[in-house]
Design a binder for this molecule. Structure first.
Ligand SMILES: C[S@@+](CC[C@H](N)C(=O)[O-])C[C@H]1O[C@@H](n2cnc3c(N)ncnc32)[C@H](O)[C@@H]1O
Length: 279
């Protein structure tokens, strides 16, 4: 099993120390403080998610950016500097990044301003495929994922439903007692049949250890397929995870679950990519 480098270990320790005395209701201000102090290096990977890029370019059957003559709308909650938002726009989606930190939104707008005009090669798995897409737009919204007020800034206000939502290191940034609410909000924001794509990280970390990042082994299946609360005491065993079908009380059906051959170094060999259809 891959283990993180000592530098990465130090960074996670710093994050854990920053959040350990905060209540669940006080987490957002903790993230804002880190952004305001210029400490996003504690989690920032500097480029968009390689497994998501591979999926977009290889599974057009699942992830075509256009439907019925309109661009699909994608949300990236807790988008940070917006690498995935920009990359999704470059792949033809109308992409929205949501951030609780105004400093993060400002940095994401700056990043998008330069990157959309002059995209780096890292936005594409196959650089030749870049000509396949006509770009959508990248838009950044300030707000708390768990509140509804920011939705008034979306094209259809509180009635806006996304075709796809992408999560990387947002769920693992939240205290475990917010997991069920994360799943409920994901379902609320997606259109029926819409897709929730998750790059599951960290799976190498014992779920009982403190975070962020909080270990997520077994968590996605529990909260999305089973309708559980994602707390470690309730997690199912690994065998049940292997079954894509099977009845559950959750609002999602898992339609893809793969170990991506190409992921960020910190999760390589342990990250899983899962795609969940909203029932
Ligand atoms: C670990 S960082 C990951 C950022 C980004 N996904 C990336 O890969 O670089 C978690 C991000 O979620 C944001 N965040 C935390 N709680 C949030 C909330 N309730 N609503 C929106 N954003 C939130 C933080 O400001 C932070 O940028």
């Amino acid at each position: 099993m891959a283990t993180p480098s000592s530098g990465a270990t130090h960074e996670r320790t710093r994050l854990i120390a920053h959040f350990e005395a905060r209540s669940a209701g006080n987490q957002g201000s903790g993230w804002c403080e880190l952004w305001d102090r210029g400490e996003s290096n504690l989690w920032d990977r500097g480029k968009p998610s390689p497994p998501l890029i591979d999926l977009l370019e290889r599974r057009h059957d699942l992830l075509e950016p256009i439907t019925g003559g309109r661009r699909k709308m994608v949300l990236v909650p807790g988008c940070g500097r917006g690498y995935d938002v920009v990359m999704l726009a470059l792949h033809g989606f109308d992409a929205y990044g949501l951030e609780i930190s105004s400093s993060a939104v400002a940095e994401a707008k700056l990043y998008a301003g330069s990157e959309l005009n002059n995209p780096s090669a890292y936005n594409f798995s196959d650089i030749n495929s870049s000509t396949r897409y006509t770009g959508g737009f990248a838009s950044f919204v300030l707000g708390d994922f768990f509140q509804k007020d920011w939705e008034t800034n979306l094209p259809f206000g509180n009635n806006t439903k996304f075709d796809m939502i992408y999560d990387y290191t947002f769920l693992c940034a939240l205290p475990p007692n917010m997991r069920a609410e994360w799943a409920r909000r994901m379902a609320e924001l997606l259109t029926p049949g819409g897709l929730l794509v998750c790059l599951e990280f960290p799976l190498y970390k014992d779920p009982d250890l403190p975070g962020p990042p909080w270990g997520l082994r077994g968590v996605h299946w529990d909260i999305l397929a089973r309708g559980g609360n994602g707390l470690t005491a309730d997690l199912i065993n690994a065998e049940e995870q292997k079954t894509d079908a099977g009845p559950g009380q959750g609002q999602f059906r898992r339609i893809l679950h793969i170990q991506p051959p190409n992921s960020y170094e910190i999760g390589r060999g342990t990250d899983m990519l899962s795609v969940w259809e909203k029932i």
